[in-house]
Design a protein around this ligand. Structure first.
Ligand code: FA5
Length: 352
């Protein structure tokens, strides 16, 4: 009996130590402790059986059991320390910063292509001595039409399909609208200052229009206005020619043709010679073979407009122009549909 109990203690100790060496976390260590040293554990059960031995045997095997218990407890303590140190080293490893690793790229925002082109356009005019002002997008009929020589019922109102604001005044009229062009700022600016005036007005405009590849219902315009004594049509031509060279390149030619806008006289539209085919390709995608691309409307400020803001139309003359940045960006970058600008497709926007 003594012999077999001693052997059992020896076997159990060897098995336990063998298992202990393989454990690598605190949960497993606790399970091991319960399995061998707990109240119902292997060693405890063996020692409990000692009561059946006689006193000498009990002493002998008891001493053996106690040594085994101490050994297991000491080895458990040692292994626990090893496991917790290994764990600490692992955490330190995870937290260590490797300064040689490349950084994570930061996603940067960028300016919308329209904003970029508007800035390019206004920069060209600022370099020629123009200042920049901005005005309201919700506008009165008074500024959008009446002050620009377009009274109620004038057929020219049909040139701008208008989005009216749903506000009715005491006379039963709807006098408020989303501005259809940036031209109302001509009147607002001249009302607030005396000549000389040299301004560009970038901003958003709205029209009640069906959209297609070249028409949006909301888009941008850049208005220009110069008023002083002795300003002539030659100044208008020189300024817009320089602008075209800045935006489309030094070799550009310009062409003016008569056009009608009630607030200028004479009124013109300006085209540049096609920078893509230079008039040599009858199937050119940009000029459609004509060799010319229309880019803006312009003219000499109508004396009616000067008088309406209180200027002396005998003393002062001026020129004005209005252009569409989206259309200019389309020409410059070969964009085939204006609706790309506001469809918020990042694949389009990231190209600029
Ligand atoms: C005007 O709006 C006049 N106020 C321009 C002007 C100013 C003439 C000062 C004389 C003196 P128009 O409707 O043609 O004119 O528009 C001017 C420019 O806006 C056009 O050349 C075009 O580039 C752009 N544009 C017009 N309609 C649209 C549209 N639906 N979508 C995108 N761009 C447009």
């Amino acid at each position: 009996m003594t012999q077999s109990t001693a052997q059992s203690i020896e076997d159990l100790t060897q098995t336990a130590l063998g298992e202990l060496a393989l454990l690598d976390n605190s949960d497993a260590l606790e399970q091991w402790r319960v399995r061998y040293l707990g109240r119902r554990g292997g060693l405890t059960s063996i020692l409990r059986g000692l009561s059946q031995l006689d006193i000498d045997q009990r002493r002998e095997v008891g001493a053996l059991g106690n040594r085994a218990k101490s050994t297991l407890e000491e080895e458990l303590e040692k292994r626990s320390q090893e496991v917790s140190q290994a764990r600490l080293a692992q955490v330190a490893d995870l937290e260590r910063i490797d300064v040689t690793l490349p950084g994570r790229p930061v996603a940067t925002g960028r300016l919308h292509p329209t904003t970029q082109v508007v800035r390019e356009i206004t920069d060209a005019f600022v370099a020629m001595g123009f200042s920049i002002v901005e005005g309201p997008e919700v506008e009165w009929d008074h500024y959008n039409f009446e002050m620009l020589n377009i009274p109620q019922g004038h057929p020219a109102r049909d040139m701008w399909n208008t989005l009216w604001v749903d506000y009715v005044n005491e006379e039963g009229q709807r006098p408020m609208l989303l501005r259809t062009h940036t031209s109302p700022m001509q009147a607002r600016v001249m009302e607030s200052m005396q000549p000389p005036v040299r301004l560009v007005v970038p901003g958003k405009v709205y029209r009640y229009e069906a959209t297609d590849a070249t028409h949006e219902w909301h888009f941008h315009q850049v208005e220009g206005l110069a008023v002083d004594e002795g300003i002539t049509f030659a100044d208008l031509k020189g300024t817009l020619y320089e602008f075209a060279r800045q935006i489309f390149g030094a070799r550009r030619q310009v062409r003016f043709r008569c056009d009608y806008f009630p607030f200028v006289e004479p009124g013109v539209d300006m085209s540049i010679d096609c920078f893509s085919c230079e008039g040599t390709d009858s199937s050119c995608r940009i000029c459609r073979g004509s060799g010319w691309i229309e880019i803006l409307g312009a003219g000499m400020v109508h004396p009616y407009v000067l008088r309406a803001v209180g200027y002396d139309s005998e003393k002062y003359t001026g020129f004005a122009f209005g252009l569409g940045p989206e259309r200019i960006a389309m020409l410059k970058y070969g964009i085939d549909d204006i609706r790309h600008f506001y469809s918020n497709d990042l694949r389009f926007l990231r190209q600029f």
